[in-house]
Each structure stands twice: as structure tokens, then as C-alpha cells.
Design a protein around this ligand. Structure first.
Ligand SMILES: NC(=O)c1ccc[n+]([C@@H]2O[C@H](COP(=O)([O-])OP(=O)(O)OC[C@H]3O[C@@H](n4cnc5c(N)ncnc54)[C@H](OP(=O)(O)O)[C@@H]3O)[C@@H](O)[C@H]2O)c1
Length: 340
């Protein structure tokens, strides 16, 4: 197949690119050349997806059997590329997210869950940020003349991860000592390796499938405790998670989700964070590797990459608790429990 990835140089896009090349497809990647390396074995085209002249040049470099759009966040921008590539590609695969579902993270979601009411031509400042992916999905459906495939991933991990949730935990465990572990070890989590999304997506494209698929790891099989134990084991620094209940963490103003990544509190607003059903995707062939393989490979990649000067961030919010604050909360917890 001839495949175009709009983006392709950072994390999920690069996983798609590697998977496509590994399967012997002919690959073009299109980006500005700012965020990541050229992809070896691909045609690397430079351009800005927000610039219509660049999109015209891109379209003239086709045709493709499939476009994979991993870098779309704004409905108007996505609509522009869907229009520009109509007639130049058979299928448009758009990578959306759980944020498109209006019930997430407050309630369980599946492929059939309602989307936010974001129009396909919405400007960025017209709707709340969380709703924009729903508008992007509608923009592809409205403007692309061909088959449309929409993937809604949950939290994605693996080598080269952005924004760096698993990377932060691995680096924290590698520092060793007692580690603040939030809530209960048995709380369920649902993660998916970027490489498993890429393999599933390429299978769908090769089969000529279209439609919507929610892609995440299986429900109710993995816990935060298992993840942190795996991180402690692979990093080998003898780190010891100290589980602290969430009421105590709330009293000490420790924030869920970002300050301690993957921690979704028991508050109703987060009740569905880890309750998504990837049933349709599993029936269509989605297979997830064991979490231990993801953690091991990500640690190997992190060691090869070495320390980064760029702090991990989710949007404007830094990821990971400040080490001094962590020590203070651990001391207070142990004083309360009478263990120090
Ligand atoms: N991480 C998660 O847990 C998670 C969960 C659910 C969904 N998702 C979705 O998964 C996707 C992940 O993306 P990724 O960063 O891994 O993808 P990626 O394709 O590896 O990286 C983003 C690419 O977009 C390019 N880009 C950015 N602005 C551009 C522009 N104006 N014109 C052309 N290219 C541009 C960047 O290159 P240049 O900057 O060099 O142009 C880069 O190649 C996103 O759509 C995200 O919403 C992520």
C-alpha cells in the first residue's frame, strides 16, 4: 500500500510509520521537521498542515491508499486536510481520543458512546478544549470523500511516549527509596502500547475496513500496583511504593492524574476513567501485548535516550510530584501511622 502519515515523527505517529515500513508499505510522512527526526525508509515531506499551499503540494505527491492523521486537534485544520486529500487517498484514518466522548471520564464508554456536540467547522475558541476531537471526527466525516476510519485511543504508553506519564514513573522508580504511591494498589488501570494501536490500524487498513473503534487495553485486568511493581523491578533500584490513601493525599493537596500520573481518584467525575470497553476493536483483531513488555521496552528506550532537559507536561501542566513535596507527604503519612 501507499500510506501517508500527517505527523509521524514523535510517538504514536512514529509507531505507525515503523509498522508501515516493517510491513513493506511505501510510506510518506508530512510534518514541519520541528519535533522529531526524519523517518528512515520513508519519503519525508516538509510542510505545515495549517497552510493550504503546503497541503496542495502534499496532495500532488499522492495518490495514497490511506492517510493516517495522528496530528489533528482542531476541527477546521482537520477539515482542511480532509478536503485537500479527497480524491488523493482511498481512506482517511483519524486518531481521535477518549476526549471525544462526552461521558468520559465520568462514566464508562464504548464505540457507541455519545460524542461532544462540537461542530465540524468549530474554531478552537468556540468550544471547550476537551470537545475538539469530536469536531475533528465530524470534519473528516463531512469533508473526506472516501472511507473514514476513526480510532479513539485511551491512555497510550510505550517507547518515545508523550506526554511522559510512564516515563516519569520509570525515572521516579529509578531514583529508588520510598515512593509515594497514590490510593490503593488494587485500583484498575487501562493502558495501550502505541505499537499495538499501530498494528491494529494497519490490519484494518490492509483489510479495507472503515468505522469507529475504541482502542485501549482490556478492562479490569491491570492494576496501578502491578504497574508500579513492574517499574520498580525493571529499573532495579529497590524502590518501595508506599500506598497512601486518597483522602490523606487530598488533605496534602496532591493532585490526581498529573502530579501522580495514572492516578484517577474515586470521585464521581473520574468514575469511568478506566472503564472503557474495547469490545468491537478486540472482535476486529486488536491484540495488546503484556504490560511487562511495554514497561521493559520503554525503560530500555529511556536508558538509551538518556536524561532529557524538557520536563514532562500534559499541556501546560507539569507531570510528576516535586521530590521535596513527595518527601514531606511521606513523612507526614508515616508520622500519622506511627512508623517513624
Ligand atoms: N498520549 C496519549 O495518551 C493519547 C491518548 C489518546 C489519544 N492520543 C492522540 O494520539 C495522537 C498522538 O500524537 P503523537 O504526538 O504521538 O503523533 P506524532 O505524529 O508522532 O507526532 C505529532 C506530529 O505532528 C507534526 N505536526 C505538528 N503540527 C504540525 C503542523 N502544523 N503541520 C504538519 N505537521 C505537524 C509534528 O511534527 P512537526 O512539529 O515537526 O511539524 C509531529 O510529527 C494525538 O492525536 C493525540 O490526541 C494520545
Amino acid at each position: 500500500m501507499r500510506i501517508l502519515v500527517i505527523g509521524g515523527s514523535v510517538f504514536l505517529g512514529q509507531a505507525f510509520a515503523q509498522e508501515a515500513i516493517g510491513r513493506g508499505h511505501t510510506l510518506t510522512v508530512f510534518n514541519r521537521g520541528k519535533s522529531g527526526p526524519d523517518i528512515q525508509g520513508a519519503e519525508n515531506l516538509r510542510g505545515d498542515r495549517e497552510n493550504s499551499a503546503d497541503l496542495e503540494v502534499l496532495a500532488a505527491a499522492g495518490p495514497w491508499d490511506a492517510v493516517i492523521d495522528t496530528s489533528g486537534f482542531h476541527p477546521r485544520t482537520v477539515g482542511q486536510s480532509a478536503r485537500a486529500l479527497s480524491g488523493h487517498a482511498e481512506t482517511y484514518l483519524f486518531v481521535s481520543s477518549f476526549h471525544a466522548y462526552s461521558d468520559w471520564p465520568g462514566g464508562p464508554v464504548s464505540e457507541d458512546s455519545a460524542r461532544h456536540a462540537c461542530p465540524p467547522d468549530a474554531a478552537v475558541d468556540e468550544v471547550p478544549g476537551n470537545a475538539l476531537k469530536a469536531g475533528c471526527e465530524r470534519a473528516v466525516e463531512k469533508y473526506f470523500e472516501g472511507d473514514v476510519l476513526i480510532l479513539n485511543p485511551g491512555l497510550i504508553v510505550g517507547p518515545r511516549e508523550t506526554p511522559g506519564r510512564l516515563l516519569w514513573w520509570l525515572e521516579r522508580m529509578a531514583r529508588g527509596g520510598e515512593v509515594l504511591a497514590p490510593g490503593a494498589a488494587g485500583q484498575k488501570i487501562q493502558l495501550i502500547d502505541a505499537r499495538d494501536i499501530a498494528a491494529f490500524a494497519l490490519d484494518l487498513l490492509e483489510e479495507g475496513s472503515a468505522g469507529h473503534y475504541l482502542v485501549t487495553g482490556p478492562k479490569d485486568t491491570t492494576t496501578l500496583g502491578e504497574l508500579l511493581e513492574l517499574c520498580a523491578r525493571v529499573t532495579g533500584a529497590g524502590a518501595q511504593p508506599v500506598w497512601i490513601d486518597e483522602e490523606f493525599l487530598g488533605e496534602h493537596e496532591v493532585g490526581a492524574w498529573t502530579e501522580l500520573p495514572f492516578w484517577a481518584t474515586e470521585q464521581p467525575a473520574m468514575a469511568g476513567a478506566w472503564a472503557a470497553s474495547p469490545d468491537r476493536a478486540v472482535a476486529a483483531g486488536l491484540r495488546c501485548r503484556p504490560l511487562s513488555e511495554t514497561v521493559t521496552d520503554t525503560w530500555a528506550w529511556l536508558r538509551e535516550r538518556g536524561p532529557s532537559d524538557t520536563p514532562y507536561r500534559q499541556g501546560d501542566i507539569p507531570l510528576g510530584i516535586d521530590p521535596e513535596k513527595e518527601r514531606g507527604v511521606l513523612r507526614a503519612w508515616q508520622a500519622k501511622a506511627g512508623t517513624r
